[in-house]
Design a protein around this ligand. Structure first.
Ligand code: CP
Ligand code: NVA
Length: 369
């Protein structure tokens, strides 16, 4: 497991993290996933109050922060845009200073990247970017974790993003792929290519990591891709542009014909979700065996939990069996294989709360908080 020491830091974009730190977050997410699958709850976030500010709607991100915090003993509090004074009656700076006096960590999803940055600057506690118009960095961690699960090492893989090449996902993928040595091809009409300054910055990361960031208007560029990725054609806040985008992006739909153009049957299909089926992706591809979108969705939780634990959590040793990685594929967290005897109690007693290891020592342990 890569070394990770990022306690006290905010998570605003992947720009602020080294490839080793990103790898370390992914490794931690893998361990936390194993821990959860074994039914083990931790206490790394015990008594931590966590504010979840949402200016835009969310299913995955909101639930990932909520469940991830609770699994490790934290107390998440949802603050919807109409629940607090942020930015309307009270400035972002003042809101940040108030929340920083009460909460130990703050998640923000909304429009401006400058808002999440101001929250970090003025609150004095770790702030996590749950999506802005410009970046969606926690999504990239889930995407990379899912790639590792399905494709192995990240370095050298060919990753094709089709669609709005200048949205928060494309921007964040440029940073993330550049840092991790993944070859990224953004396939989009030229008017939807990203800001040149960001491209130049990300090409610098890629050069250091030994990969490339390329652009194409032709879907032929998907040849040999390991990953085909798409996102909605009009992001939250851009609803008025939906018709214009559809006209521009219709040729870039991910459909069976496009998947065939990769020339590989091992290519995986990814999407941050939510998806508008029939627009950026067909139902056929979305539901195909190549689609890993629900693994990605699940991994939002494990990776977001890793971000909270690494930046805010108090040290708690990972249980030895998780460190050793002895996690069999067919492990059933509630079945406690090898613990059939009376010393392990009745099935009702075994689940859902177990306060100490069973006599045979190889069952799940769930600590009561
Ligand atoms: N992928 C993602 O961020 O999903 P939500 O908008 O549901 O949070
Ligand atoms: N680009 C999309 C991502 C949603 C997770 C949006 O901002 O709406």
């Amino acid at each position: 497991m890569a070394e990770l020491n990022i306690k006290g830091r905010s998570f605003l974009t992947l720009r602020d993290f080294t490839p080793e730190e990103i790898e370390g977050l992914l490794d931690l997410a893998v361990k936390l996933k194993e821990k959860k699958k074994r039914g083990i709850f931790g206490t790394t976030l015990a008594r931590k109050n966590i504010a979840l500010i949402f200016e835009k709607s969310s299913t995955r991100t909101r639930c990932a922060f909520t469940v991830g915090a609770r699994d490790e003993g934290g107390f998440p509090e949802y603050l919807g845009v109409n629940d607090i004074q942020l930015g309307s009656k009270e400035s972002v700076e003042d809101t940040a200073r108030v929340l920083g006096r009460m909460f130990d960590g703050i998640e923000f999803r909304g429009f401006k990247q400058s808002t999440v940055e101001a929250l970090a600057k003025y609150s004095g506690v770790p702030v996590w970017n749950g999506l802005t118009d410009d970046f969606h960095p926690t999504q990239i961690l889930a995407d990379f974790m899912t790639m590792r699960e399905h494709l192995g090492a990240l370095k050298g893989k060919k990753f094709c993003f089709l669609g709005d090449g200048r949205n928060n996902m494309a921007n964040s993928l440029m940073v993330g792929c550049g840092k991790m040595g993944i070859d990224l091809v953004i396939i989009a009409p030229r008017e939807l290519w990203p800001e040149p300054a960001l491209v130049e910055e990300c090409r610098g990361y890629a050069a250091e990591a030994g990969s490339v960031i390329l652009f194409s208007e032709s879907t032929d560029a998907v040849s040999d891709a390991d990953v085909i990725y798409t996102d909605v054609w009009a992001s939250m806040g851009e609803e008025a542009k939906a018709a214009e985008r559809e006209a521009l992006l219709r040729p870039y739909q991910v459909n069976a014909e496009l998947m065939k153009k990769t020339g590989k049957s091992s290519t995986i299909f990814m999407h941050c979700l939510p998806a508008i089926k029939g627009k950026e992706v067909t139902e056929e591809v979305f539901e195909s065996a190549q689609s890993v979108v629900f693994d990605e969705a699940e991994n939002r939780m494990h990776t977001i939990k890793a971000v909270m634990v690494a930046t805010l959590g108090d040290y708690q040793p990972m249980p030895e069996e998780i460190v050793r990685g002895g996690f069999p594929d067919d492990f059933d967290p509630m079945g406690r294989p090898g613990c059939e005897g009376p010393e392990c109690g009745s099935p009702e007693e075994k689940a859902p709360f177990i306060t100490k290891p069973c006599a045979k020592g190889d069952g799940p342990v769930m600590e009561l908080q």
